[in-house]
Design a protein around this ligand. Structure first.
Ligand SMILES: [Zn+2]
Ligand SMILES: [Zn+2]
Length: 350
């Protein structure tokens, strides 16, 4: 891999017509999204676009120049999942280039429902979900205030895709062999993209995997309930995620090109470490659930990267969603159950 710098943008040439551009995410400890660029016979294709912010846009366009192309040359955009650090700039890229945008239908549904939602409905949905999880009034109050004053919410203007990514199929990219691998868990329609071509440095394994947020070298992605506001289907995102991890380990890629942090090798070992981490966490939760707990109480009792009192307000909502996903998985596996007659509902180990 060689690095090239134009202005303040450090793009990486991964060889074989693949580059990465670190597009900053404002005020976020993750730092940046690695937007990948893939050469095809019909023009360059982007994998993800980055956060919708003027500075991020400037970095993306400068990065494309450093890679020897420009935003107007882009032929298409492939989205790993609908989150704003991946799909945020897609509308602007399409406007500047005429490129198509492709996404898995399950995430396209989330985008469409979110765009169509009335802001008040969206805030009410979040408030009700948190209240049902046992969150106290001080956690709900800021949502009620935002409902009545801001009138806008994240994802309200995300781009609707033009094409669907079909799981298991080769993408229609002239001169490249890129296959979509459905990896639900982090979102319902998350996809990894497997470049089924010889590794440019002939590393051992099968091609390269653009892994989005599914498989990262040093962190475990957030797994919460899917949270689709007009869909009451009972799903098990953590169960989906764990199966999706096995799916990418089986591909045994020579190199993983994730959307955050850095490129790495040894995907099967990384998957084993993550599966072990989640198994240990679930065992720890079962020990906590010898006393019946609401999802909120469970989130407070779980181990995070800092004490609960220091977790900011918005991150607590994410923590509760993660606790709910773990409870859902334990219930699905028959390891925990809701306690009849409790409101808000508590759960206990069985
Ligand atoms: Zn994400
Ligand atoms: Zn991300």
């Amino acid at each position: 891999m060689t690095a090239r710098t134009t202005g303040a943008v450090h793009v990486a040439d991964h060889g074989g017509g693949v580059w990465s551009i670190p597009v900053p995410i404002p005020d976020n400890p993750l730092g940046h999204t690695l937007v990948h660029l893939l050469d095809t016979d019909r023009g360059p294709v982007l994998i993800d676009t980055g956060w919708d912010d003027p500075a991020s846009w400037d970095t993306l366009t400068a990065g494309l120049t450093a890679c020897g192309t420009s935003v107007t040359e882009l032929h298409g955009v492939l989205i790993t999942h609908h989150h704003p650090d991946h799909h945020g700039l897609s509308a602007r890229v399409r406007e500047a280039s005429g490129a198509w945008i492709a996404m898995h239908p399950a995430d396209a549904t989330v985008v469409r429902r979110t765009r169509e939602a009335e802001p008040a409905h969206w805030f009410d949905y979040l408030t009700e979900r948190l209240a049902a999880a046992g969150a106290p009034e001080e956690q709900l109050a800021p949502l009620r205030t935002a409902r009545d004053h801001t009138g806008t919410f994240p994802g309200a203007r995300a781009a609707l895709p033009d094409r669907e990514i079909t799981p298991g199929a080769l993408l229609d990219l002239s001169g490249r062999r890129l296959r979509a691998v459905w990896t639900p868990g982090h979102t319902p329609g998350h996809v990894c993209l497997h470049l089924e071509e010889r590794h440019p440095a002939a590393a051992t394994g099968h091609g390269r995997l653009f892994s989005g947020d599914h498989l990262l070298p040093g962190i475990s992605p957030h797994i919460g309930l899917y949270g689709d506001l007009d869909d009451s289907t009972v799903t098990d995102p953590l169960g989906d995620y764990l199966s999706s991890l096995e799916r990418v380990a089986a591909l045994d890629p020579a190199e993983v090109l994730p959307a955050h942090q850095y490129a790495f090798t040894g995907a099967p070992a990384r998957v084993r470490a993550l599966l072990h981490h989640h198994e240990q966490r679930l065992t720890g939760l079962l020990a906590l659930l010898t006393t019946p707990l609401t999802p909120w109480q469970l989130a407070r009792a779980m181990e995070w990267n800092r004490p609960w009192a220091e977790i900011p307000y918005a991150s607590r909502n994410i923590a509760v969603s993660e606790a709910e996903a773990h409870l859902r998985h334990l219930v699905t596996r028959g390891r925990a159950e809701p306690v009849p007659g409790t409101d808000p509902v508590t759960y206990r180990a069985v």
